[in-house]
Design a protein around this ligand. Structure first.
Ligand code: NAP
Ligand code: G3P
Length: 462
């Protein structure tokens, strides 16, 4: 009889023990995969209304339990309680939107005689069919929202799901699925493969039962998965180095608010965080003078205080971020604010005179550090933006919309935000990264489409 191993999880902010999750073995994963394979054909025969009603019950349970789930999530990933609660409600809204939007997805119809020599007696129409077993792998920083953003569309399109949550965040993922089970989910339709990705990751992504992979996480893991998984559809949402290009200081208070929240929300642990500023030299001193006092207003502390900057997910992450700061300082960057650390808590840090020879100009911190890079021209800002290995989002702030629209199409990113911070939400917007920021597109409708295939039916009349 195999003994079950477990992983104990601790709160990043207090090191309090939070609970345990099973460390699934390959044999247990095989069993899950077999069950997922056997359950989806029957599920795929249910009506869209049946699926939609299950998701609506799921979201209702999440709204009912939002405070408890948010409290757990906040402890588990050191996210401000208020932001954790917003994540749960945002997830319920997402699930409801998925449940409704799938009902509006129509196929296509074709006539044979639309093509030269074709017959009027031959016609074709398509409908959305499931892929089978969807492997959903989610990151630590949105353990509920980015999990449901995969699970909900997979279910609506008739698939079963193997859900691999981030280990730090898995308790929240378990709570998310428990709400679905309580809503009446058919047995084994969604199963949770808990365990460290470094131990079970390669095994699950290469498993022959998997028909589609939806991954959100770091570039390194995403690239590994894309090379191992073989010939199945994949969607990857990966890292970012989103730049904010500052053309002028129009509406300074709004600009500062967008830059601060965009860079330091959830301690900068957002793929869409603003991770570097390009500012034209003539206004750079003024921008620095606007941002520096605003840095002092950033709330810092424990998650239950709803601070913007809380302890990072672990000490390793804090070490990495501090290394970027230290490298920049050694190479001549000016610290305008911050550069203080206690264990895995880093003070929000603003660096000026950051130059392209510094690591922080290019690497993704996933922490509370914002580098200001002074440029001599818009052309230089565009070039530096496009030289990044990443291409998730960018922001352009300015008062001249013609100038902005001349720049936007030249930025090699998935999304350009105009006079607003980079962000994924709202969740029905298509969301995609290019280059090392990802492959494929999320966002409700795109996720519904990527977790299904168009099956053609051709009718031949006598
Ligand atoms: P991560 O370390 O890549 O982990 C992401 C997920 O992959 C986790 O569930 C992890 O499990 C799992 N994993 C680890 N090794 C694996 C392997 N060999 N095979 C399969 N799965 C494996 O990323 P993270 O630290 O959770 O999140 C931070 C990163 O994700 C940042 O780079 C951020 O930019 C990116 N991100 C991107 C988006 C987006 O939408 N573009 C959104 C959020 C985050 P374990 O936890 O057990 O290791
Ligand atoms: O890193 C998670 C990514 O999905 C960010 O979401 O809405 O905070 O931009 P959002």
């Amino acid at each position: 009889m195999e003994t079950q191993d477990f992983i104990t999880l601790y709160a990043p902010a207090t090191n309090d023990e939070l609970g345990t999750i099973p460390a699934c073995s390959q044999a247990q994963i095989d069993e899950m995969m077999a069950q997922a394979t056997s359950v989806w054909p029957e599920w795929s025969q249910t009506t869209l209304e049946t699926r939609s009603q299950l998701l609506k019950r799921w979201s209702a349970n999440l709204r009912r339990d939002a405070e408890n789930i948010a409290h757990l999530l906040s402890q588990e990933i050191a996210k401000a309680y208020a932001d954790s609660y917003k994540e749960v409600i945002r997830t319920a809204d997402l699930i409801d939107y998925v449940a409704d939007d799938a009902l509006r997805m129509n196929g296509e119809a074709y006539r044979g005689d639309q093509f030269p020599g074709g017959s009027r007696k031959k016609m074709a129409f398509s409908h959305f069919a499931p892929l089978g077993v969807v492997l959903a792998i989610s990151p630590f920083n949105y353990p509920v929202n980015l999990a449901a953003a995969k699970i909900a569309p997979a279910l609506m399109m008739g698939n079963s799901v193997i859900f691999k949550p981030a280990t730090q965040g898995a308790l929240s993922g378990v709570a998310l699925v428990a709400a679905l089970v309580e809503a009446g989910m058919p047995e084994n339709l969604v199963q949770i493969a808990t365990g460290r990705g470094s131990v079970i990751g390669d095994y699950i992504v290469q498993h022959s039962a998997v028909n589609m992979i939806s991954f959100t996480g770091s570039v390194g893991i995403g690239r590994r998965i894309s090379q191992l998984a073989g010939m199945i559809p994949q969607v990857h949402e990966l890292g970012g180095k989103d730049a904010a290009i500052i053309l002028d200081l129009d509406q300074p208070q709004r600009l500062v608010s967008e830059l601060i929240s965009g860079a330091f929300g959830y301690s900068g642990q957002r793929c869409t965080a603003i991770k570097r500023i390009f500012v034209l030299e003539p206004i750079a001193d003024q921008l620095a003078a606007l941002l520096t006092p605003a840095m002092a207003e950033i709330t810092t502390g424990m998650p239950e205080t709803n601070a913007m900057v809380t302890p990072l997910i672990d000490n390793g992450s804090a070490d990495f971020v501090q290394g970027l700061i230290d490298d920049a300082i050694e190479k001549g960057a000016h610290v305008l604010f911050g550069n203080e650390r206690q264990a895995n808590f880093l003070a929000p840090t603003l660096l000026d005179h950051v130059t392209p020879d510094m690591r922080v100009a290019w690497e993704e911190p996933f922490g509370p550090v914002l580098p200001i890079i002074r440029v001599q021209s818009v052309e230089e800002a565009i070039r530096l933006n496009n030289e990044s290995e990443f291409g998730l989002q960018a922001s352009i702030f300015g008062s001249n919309i013609e100038d902005i629209f001349a720049i936007a199409p030249r930025l090699q990113v998935g999304t350009v935000n105009i006079n607003g911070r980079s962000e994924r939400g709202p969740d029905h917007f298509p969301f995609a990264g290019i280059k090392n920021s990802g492959m494929g597109t999320q966002g409700v409708r795109r996720s519904l489409e990527s977790m299904s295939r168009q099956q053609m039916t051709v009718l031949n009349l006598k």
